[in-house]
Design a protein around this ligand. Structure first.
Ligand code: 13P
Ligand code: SF4
Length: 299
């Protein structure tokens, strides 16, 4: 199956991008695995004709926003992100009318239509930098309240929060973290900024998914408690075979991130099925928000 996929990718001049949470067999056949920022940069820079995106819908949409001349395929159209669906362009427009004028920082985990109403996008890897880059005292953060509360600890600006959250990260409680710390007292606790503030308070480091993989490699510590979606354990162990990783909770699994199978990838490539496209009136303003974020991150 993997050989068939690799040879079809070559035939179609295609590149396969996979998020760090994808199933191991998908990550192992991919050209590049990464966090949301790395994948959006790669999608905007590749010279491939086709991008097969193994992740969730907003990620494929971002690739298509940045590279409309390419065919972007999402092997399972029903792989969505519940957090991205917690804000609609209509609700955001209503909120903007209630607030004094201020920039909107939108997490990439959002629909293209919401990005189109935003000043700039951010990911978990660059949220603080993005917020601090703005020439404004007040900022509206959409849709993740936990990410916004994390950013608020690292800025002097007044941040307004949207009431969205990632169900996978928001379920993690301090009690669960304390149990894991008791069980593995020498392990470093790494947490993703989509976790609640009371969980982040217990963290030794707060990082994006790729940030965690890099940190584990550079750290002198030999063991780590991992506070994010369990799919990340595969690339972590692969990159750091001499170290030990414990999921803070085996329940932190995103069912959307686990939808795509090798069969889906093969079918999608064979039939060029599952194309993601964004209408130009939405794509152009959305592209501006993503472009500004990428430019800032590459500085
Ligand atoms: P990052 O890989 O950018 O840290 O994002 C985590 C996530 O929840 C993606 O859906
Ligand atoms: Fe969305 Fe959370 Fe799943 Fe990421 S882990 S795709 S933010 S629900």
């Amino acid at each position: 199956m993997k050989d068939k996929i690799r040879s079809l990718l070559k035939e179609r001049q295609a590149i396969l991008l996979a998020h760090n949470y994808q199933p191991p067999e998908i990550q192992d056949v991919a050209d590049l695995c990464g966090d949301s920022l790395e994948l959006s940069i790669k999608a905007s820079q590749t010279d491939a004709d086709v991008i097969v995106f193994c992740g969730v819908h907003f990620m494929a949409e971002t690739a298509s926003i940045m590279s409309p001349e390419k065919t972007v395929l999402l092997p399972r159209m029903d792989a969505g992100c519940p957090m991205a669906d917690m804000v609609t362009p209509e609700a955001l427009s209503r909120k903007l009318k209630q607030l004094p004028p201020m920039p909107v920082v939108t997490y990439v985990n959002s629909t293209a239509a919401v990005k189109a109403l935003s000043t700039i996008c951010c990911t978990s890897a660059n949220v603080v930098r993005v917020v601090n880059s703005l020439d404004a005292d007040e900022v509206l953060m959409v849709p993740d309240k936990n990410l916004a509360k994390y950013a608020a600890l690292h800025t002097k600006k007044r941040l307004h929060f949207w009431d969205g959250y990632c169900p996978v990260h928001d379920m993690l409680t301090p009690e669960t973290v304390l149990l894991a710390k008791e069980k593995y007292p020498n392990a470093v606790f790494m947490a993703h900024p989509e976790c609640r503030p009371e969980v982040l308070e217990l963290a030794d480091v707060v990082l994006s998914t790729s940030g965690m993989i890099r940190y584990a490699g550079e750290s002198e510590s030999k063991s780590f408690i991992v506070g994010t979606e369990t799919g990340i354990l595969h690339p972590m162990k692969k990159t750091n075979p001499a170290k030990t990783f414990y999921p803070v909770s085996p329940d932190m699994e995103c069912s959307d991130m686990k939808k795509i199978s090798l069969e889906d990838v093969l079918r999608s490539l064979e039939n060029m099925e599952g194309e993601v496209k964004v209408p130009e009136n939405i794509r152009l303003p959305a592209k501006e928000a993503v472009r500004k974020m990428i430019a800032l991150s590459l500085k």
